[in-house]
Design a protein around this ligand. Structure first.
Ligand code: FES
Length: 472
């Protein structure tokens, strides 16, 4: 089992509030419900199961919230950039309504938990704004889609903000929090309900025959009636779900000297700029952007510097205090995943595809799984009655691009770049993608399905399970 070691060097949240520690006790051999992944979706599922009296254990490869939840913007909003337009483009109006209803249920649950555990929450308007004139149509479209789904949005030509804009759609009274405080509340609630959390245990295999058995990297095997995989990239044997997900990486910069943002805002087009404030003794403003598919950019530093340059141009008094990044998975059909695979009388559940809005969608997905396990009437969830042609086309296009990247890299027989004296072989241990050097994070990133490795080859995240091979 690895030592608990958290990277607090740059992430504002993980530097301010270290989420609660996992349990010191060994992972049990047998439980009713085993959850893999201690991010929001995994912990919320575990809490709901434990509250219902199920014996629950959570295993986490790194530390609580280390991959995505501890690094998010902390926005708890039903207005999510242009998400509703993108769903409406692929599915029916009912599916958009179901998506909003599911997110509302997730939002309500999360805010109740925050109140019970005194997690600091600020009420803010959520805003999707046009960063330039070409984005106005996208903002109007989002306004229409949100209104049709029952959200009380308004369109404003001008919105009181120092962010340069050309119109905005506004949803009042949404919320934001500190994700590290939220993670602590989830772990505390889980423990109070009898569940356990075990850090430093990576799942390497799930047996899909008979009663599910999960093998951990130390060799321990855990048997469970229900296994819930909430790890972003599911990474199951013979599972092709990663082929319909794109791993996306984006950056967050914290600044002092930017005042008056007041709302949680995000632009409607590319390049994306996302804002929120963080109140406190030393208030800061977060600016997010520089998003791209993992491992498919020549230099991450160039992208982050471009974002920095834009911020300084718009806000000359801004002083950067923190910079960090996060990874999340975008589904080709725009709908989050909460799937259940029955294995005899046991079940395997997969939660993923939250597309950077997991603080509400991840909880809704947790409801889906816990409702199935507990035999409750399922809550709202976006279900498409048909497979959208556009979604199929997008999946094919994504996979064609992936194949193209793979073929090009192999044709060039590209050696891992950026670190000529590297000690590892730059071939991904998932399915053999040629790794790219991430000059901002000092990591090896896979352009095919988003696995990431440390400089010395240890698995950080993604579907890969084994470390990189060391060079002779
Ligand atoms: Fe699939 Fe690298 S993550 S090949």
């Amino acid at each position: 089992m690895m030592e608990r070691q958290r990277d607090t060097s740059s992430c504002l949240w993980l530097g301010r509030h270290d989420p609660a520690l996992g349990d010191r006790s060994p992972v049990p051999d047998e439980v009713e419900v085993l959850v893999v992944g201690a991010g929001l979706a995994g912990l919320a599922t575990a809490v709901q199961m434990a509250r219902a009296g199920r014996q629950v254990a959570v295993v986490e490869a790194r530390t609580v919230g280390a991959a995505t939840t501890g690094r998010t913007t902390g926005k708890i909003s039903l207005l999510q950039g242009t998400k509703l337009t993108r769903i409406r483009d692929l599915h029916s109006a009912e599916v958009v309504e179901e998506y909003v209803a599911a997110n509302r249920a997730g939002q309500d649950w999360l805010l109740d938990l925050c109140e019970a555990y005194s997690v600091e929450v600020q009420r803010r308007d959520a805003v999707t704004y046009a960063g330039d004139a070409t984005q106005v149509a996208a903002v109007r479209s989002e306004c229409d889609a949100a209104a049709a789904a029952g959200l009380p949005v308004t369109f404003a030509e001008r919105w009181d903000s120092p962010i340069p804009h050309h119109g905005a759609v506004i949803l009042r009274d949404q919320a934001q929090c500190d994700p590290a405080q939220l993670l602590t509340a989830l772990v505390d609630e889980l423990k109070a309900a009898g569940g356990t959390v075990h850090e430093g245990h990576r799942m390497v295999r799930v047996s899909l025959t008979g009663r599910p058995e999960v093998t951990l990297d130390g060799g321990a095997v855990v048997r469970a009636d229900d296994v819930v995989v909430a790890t972003g990239a599911p990474g199951l044997d013979r599972d092709l779900r990663f082929a319909s997900l794109t791993a996306q990486r984006s950056y967050l910069l914290a600044y002092s000297g930017i005042e008056g943002i007041g709302a949680m805002a995000i632009s409607a087009g590319s390049p994306t700029h996302s804002f929120r404030d963080v109140p406190g003794e030393e208030p800061v403003t977060l600016v997010g952007g520089a998003g791209h598919p993992v491992g498919r950019t020549k230099s991450e530093v160039v992208g982050v510097d471009r974002l920095r340059g834009w911020v300084v141009e718009q806000f000359p008094d801004a002083v950067e205090t923190h910079c960090w990044s996060a990874q999340d998975y975008s589904p080709a059909n725009e709908l989050p995943v909460a799937e259940t695979i029955a294995i005899g009388s046991s079940r395997l559940h997969v939660l993923t595809g939250f597309d950077k809005w997991g603080l509400t969608t991840g909880v809704a997905a947790a409801f889906q799984v816990s409702d199935r396990v507990l035999g409750r009437r399922p809550g709202p969830w976006p279900r498409s009655a048909h497979v959208s042609g556009k979604a199929v086309l997008r999946t094919l296009t994504d996979n064609l691009q992936t194949a193209q990247v793979a073929a090009t890299d192999w044709a060039r027989a590209a050696l891992p770049g950026g670190s000529p004296d590297c000690k590892v072989v730059g071939v991904c241990t998932h399915l053999g993608g040629r790794l790219r050097w991430n000059d901002a994070e000092q990591t090896w990133d896979c352009p095919l399905h988003g696995s990431r490795f440390s400089e010395d080859g240890a698995v950080l995240e993604g579907p890969a399970k084994r470390p990189l091979r060391q060079r002779d």
